[in-house]
Ligand binder design. Structure first.
Ligand SMILES: Nc1ncnc2c1ncn2[C@@H]1O[C@H](COP(=O)(O)OP(=O)(O)OP(=O)(O)O)[C@@H](O)[C@H]1O
Length: 241
């Protein structure tokens, strides 16, 4: 079953076509890798899906809901959650409060003890239970990334957008991060993963879409796509492949 249907999506900044006629589908329950060299339009595409940017034209259907033209909080309420390439936690609030803030965007948001219990369970999921009352700003960068994931999960999303969530992890942390995303997939969550860490892409993504200069260069099963000559050429010279 198709959860997300993107058709002929376009976004320009001045004369620069950051997303230029992009179309692809995301199936319910799959992890889709959104790949491409630096500047190819991946983050812009994620911003268009989450509503942080408004498309110039095209369509983004989540189920039967058209997301183009909706405000970010409306899209969040429909069940689209994200993490950011540059982490954005509420530094002065505790980790638990950050997660509880994520719940506030949910149609069925909880208060008091119920919110507390759910926030603690989510912190447990990402390995931060012991830091529940620590100000988020005191966490290391990696732990802030974990917290951002817990806050995204607090939305009980149907679709999770992860923008380079695994970047900057050491090899041990990377394995933990990969397992965490696997667990989320096993629970039926649909995920779009923008990622430069190819080991993670191979380990996690059922299918990949490769962007180049705002357009789709390739799409298909991960191993097949990564072996395509035009994909290798597009990445040539990029140090992380
Ligand atoms: N707000 C903006 N204003 C002007 N240009 C922008 C803006 N956001 C992105 N761009 C440009 O749009 C193009 C696509 O950028 P985008 O960040 O989507 O690429 P990306 O594939 O996510 O790259 P990276 O892998 O480096 O994160 C780039 O040329 C970028 O400089």
């Amino acid at each position: 079953m198709t959860l997300l249907k993107i058709r002929d999506l376009r976004k320009s900044f001045g004369g620069l076509k950051a997303v230029d006629g992009l179309s692809f589908d995301v199936q319910q329950g799959e992890v889709l890798g959104l790949l491409g060299p630096n500047g190819s339009g991946k983050t812009t595409a994620m911003n268009l899906i989450s509503g942080a940017l408004r498309a110039d034209s095209g369509s983004i259907l989540l189920g039967s809901d058209e997301l183009v033209g909706m405000a970010p909080h409306q899209i969040a309420r429909l069940g689209v959650a994200r993490t950011f390439q540059l982490v954005r936690v509420l530094g002065g609030m505790s980790c638990r409060e950050n997660v509880e803030a994520g719940m506030a965007f949910r149609p069925d948001h909880k208060f008091g003890a119920a919110a507390y219990d759910e926030a603690m369970a989510l912190l447990d999921t990402v390995g931060l239970r012991e830091f529940a009352e620590t100000p988020a700003g005191d966490l290391t960068y990696i732990d802030q990334k974990r917290l951002e994931l817990a806050r995204a999960l607090a939305l009980k999303p149907r679709l999770l957008l992860l923008d380079e969530w695994l970047a900057g992890l050491n090899p041990t942390e990377l394995q933990v991060g990969i397992q965490l995303i696997r667990d989320l997939r096993a629970k039926g969550l649909t995920i779009i993963l923008v990622e430069h860490v190819m080991d993670a892409v191979r380990a996690l993504c059922d299918r990949c879409v490769v962007m180049f200069a705002g357009s789709k260069l390739a799409e298909g099963e991960t191993a097949t796509v990564l072996a395509q000559e035009e994909v290798i050429t597009a990445y040539l010279g990029a140090p992380h492949v």
